[in-house]
Design a binder for this molecule. Structure first.
Ligand code: PMP
Length: 307
């Protein structure tokens, strides 16, 4: 990853990929206090290469920084322009983008008060998070033995670097047990989210998803609310138990990386027919139309990278 051509936007300048380096005493590397985004650009039918819901991702990045008391030393417009430029200057038709705000190496220790806040935006080609078959057949999921963050431990509305220790422990456990993703429960035992996705279930034609208490306010989740409304489906936000997932007709994950991903089984219990259900399929197709600027897409969701 570190050894490749291309450029990374680093504190306002395009820096050659190999030279975009930090010191080993970078504060965020030690304590995990930093915030980031996962954003995607698609080759669209209508707008050339366009970043999907760029504004919403940048807004969330700033909210995350605000929660963690970090002041982003650039404006939202600067970072939106930087994200478009990084895709363009790396000649990418489709891309995964990684904006990150982190503390530098000016000081060490929890009490360091002279830290500079740095910002990077990298972009690279990252075709699919899972195998292409997973989009049709779904994935096997296991309930994690790790509890998802609690609101008064780490504050779930921030997409913070350190939060992902919990995600990676859960994911490794799931992969080691022959599954493809973990489902994390909150501290009271209710369904929270995947290691990097929100979850929806379908029962008797209605969709349900956990309230935002212990899960990230996902932009794909938000997109699904709009798409479901377009298709006449109601989405109810409520507490969900793991056995409600077992007996759901359909279940799927949503996320910028995972997109709309059917869940085949949870803890060895087949969900519905054990493959992508009809409502999941409809909303998955609607999602791909939206990101690729096809059919009834919303132009305001697409930020063309072209100047
Ligand atoms: N939950 C977690 C823990 C995540 O990391 C992500 C990915 N950012 C999501 C949910 C989905 O969020 P989004 O749809 O904004 O990518």
């Amino acid at each position: 990853m570190a050894d490749r051509d291309g450029v990374i936007w680093f504190d306002g300048e395009m820096v050659p990929w190999r030279e975009a380096k930090v010191h080993v005493l970078t504060h965020t590397l030690h304590y995990g206090l930093g915030v980031f985004e996962g954003v995607r650009a698609y080759k669209t039918d209508s707008h050339g290469t366009a970043i999907f819901r760029l504004k919403e991702h940048t807004d969330r990045l700033f909210r995350s920084a605000h929660i963690l008391n970090m002041t982003v030393p650039f404006s939202k417009d600067d970072l939106n322009a930087a994200q478009r430029a990084v895709v363009r200057e790396n000649g990418l038709e489709e891309a995964y983008l990684r904006p990150m705000v982190f503390f530098g190496s000016e000081g060490m220790g929890l009490r360091a008060d002279n830290l500079q806040t740095h910002v990077i935006v990298a972009a690279w080609h990252w075709p699919a998070y899972m195998s292409p078959e997973a989009k049709i057949n779904g994935i096997k999921v296991r309930t994690s033995s790790y509890t998802r963050h609690h609101v008064n431990i780490s504050m779930c509305k921030a997409k913070a670097n350190g939060h992902y220790i919990n995600s990676m422990l859960a994911l490794k456990e799931a992969l080691d047990s022959g599954c493809e993703e973990a489902l994390l429960l909150d501290n009271e035992g209710y369904v929270a989210e995947g290691s990097g996705e929100n979850i929806f279930i379908v029962r008797e034609g209605k969709l349900y998803t956990p309230e935002l208490t212990s899960c990230l306010d996902g932009i794909t989740r938000n997109t699904l609310f709009a798409l479901a409304e377009d298709h006449g489906y109601e989405i109810i936000e409520k507490r969900i138990t793991r056995d409600e997932v077992y007996i759901a007709d359909e279940a799927f994950f949503t996320g910028t990386a995972a997109e709309v991903l059917p869940i085949q089984s949870l803890d060895g219990r087949r969900i519905g027919e054990g493959k992508r259900g009809p409502i999941t399929e409809k909303l998955q197709n609607a999602y791909f139309d939206a990101v690729k600027g096809r059919g009834n897409f919303r132009a305001e969701w697409l930020a063309p990278v072209a100047d």
